[in-house]
Design a protein around this ligand. Structure first.
Ligand SMILES: *Cc1c(COP(=O)(O)O)cnc(C)c1O
Length: 376
């Protein structure tokens, strides 16, 4: 028998704080002492630093990643009377954001190897829109698990159909497609800063980025009651602000993001090697792209037995996601599906599972996971 180990958790956001505790505590103290807690110097500095890191002129902070998507849609004037194509294999947030903007979601299927939007199906619905839906005005491909979508054909199909391409980068901070950072390829990109994301606050947060300065200005107004001047609403807005404490924390964490992504890739390589000779296949990497492993996802028809075997070895796992959006009771029978009927999405939901993946995992912890994998 192995020596009894504490369970290795699937995720450990506290470890992300402890790893940078002195710097984070100093940043928090600075923000607290400033006497200004909403939309101030920390938030502006974070927006500037994030935009620079990404390589775009403008970034706008907001309350969370769902709002970042919703604000982009509202800023583009996409709402009632518009359809937005996305996937069912995503955090429900993507679809919720479309409905929050007042638009109609159309859910497309995925490519079963990369779990990203089926680019052929997107091209097909843009060429021949499904009957009974408002016109398709935007597409939101999701760079799921930290890997780029098949952006080449998607950008081409959207351009040909005059449809806006918005990148859901909530799981893909720092990933790249053909040498270009994700989030710089579409017309705008939304990032979640939820604690477990590759760049995570210690609370809720979101940020969006775009090269379109007018769009950024409009969104910056919409996120605060439509104000361009204080107390004067030029636009119909909402309240979705990133607070100064989170911005100060995020400024610290942004400095470590590239190194932390490299650590995730190192852990992924160790898991890949441990899988040799098991019945499991390492995650497919899209050629020419850089995967940042927000999640390390495997699939197998006997998923539940494998997860139980790992649990018996003290290894926590997760499922992303157990029920596709179109099969959830809030959406089932109500949301429109593309011609592929999301068959691959439903199959993936029954077979995928995720291994522990966060940059603070120690070499010893990674080896524990690898030992458990080799024993499968
Ligand atoms: C986390 C996530 C979101 C939403 O982010 P929140 O900050 O939780 O609102 C949107 N899309 C995807 C793909 C996500 O993983």
């Amino acid at each position: 028998m192995n020596a009894p180990h504490a369970m290795l958790p699937f995720a450990d956001p506290g470890a992300g704080y402890r790893a940078l505790q002195p710097e984070i505590d100093a940043a928090v103290a600075r923000a607290l002492a400033s006497g200004w807690y909403i939309l101030g110097a920390e938030g502006e500095a974070f927006e500037r630093e994030f935009a620079e890191w990404l390589g775009l002129p403008r970034a706008v902070g907001c309350a969370n990643g769902t709002d970042a998507l919703m604000l982009i849609l509202r800023g583009m004037g996409i709402g009632p009377g518009c359809t937005v194509a996305t996937v069912s294999h995503t955090a429900v947030a993507t679809v919720a954001a479309i409905e929050m903007a007042g638009a109609t979601p159309l859910l497309l299927d995925i490519d079963p190897e990369t779990y990203t939007m089926d680019a052929d199906e997107l091209a097909a619905v843009l060429e021949e829109p499904p009957p009974g839906l408002p016109p398709i005005r935007a597409a939101i491909p999701v760079h799921i698990y930290g890997q780029a979508c098949d952006l080449g054909p998607m950008l081409e199909a959207c351009r040909a159909a005059d449809v806006r391409l918005i990148e859901d980068c909530a799981q893909a901070h720092g990933a790249a497609w053909q040498g270009q950072r994700l989030g710089t390829l579409g017309e705008a990109a939304a990032f979640s800063l939820y604690p477990t994301k590759n760049l995570g606050a210690l609370g809720d947060g979101g940020i969006l980025a775009t090269a379109d300065a007018e769009l950024a200005d409009r969104i910056a107004a919409i996120r605060q009651y439509g104000w361009k001047r204080r107390y004067i609403s030029d636009l119909v807005g909402v309240n979705s602000r990133l607070d100064e404490l989170q911005a100060a924390i995020l400024r610290v964490k942004l400095q470590y993001l590239d190194a932390q992504n490299a650590r995730r890739q190192q852990i992924a390589a160790a898991y890949d090697a441990a899988l040799a000779g098991t019945g499991l296949t390492p995650p497919v990497r899209r050629p020419g792209c850089e995967h940042v492993f927000h999640l390390y996802v495997l699939r197998h028809p006997e998923r539940d037995a494998i997860m139980a075997a790992l649990k018996a070895q003290g290894i926590g796992t997760g499922i992303h996601y157990p029920v596709p959006v179109h099969e959830q009771s809030a959406y089932e029978g109500r949301v429109a599906l593309g011609p592929a009927d999301c068959d691959e999405t439903s199959r993936a939901a029954r077979e995928v599972f995720s291994l522990p993946m966060y940059p603070e995992l120690t070499d010893e912890q990674v080896e524990r996971v690898c030992t458990a994998l080799r024993a499968l």
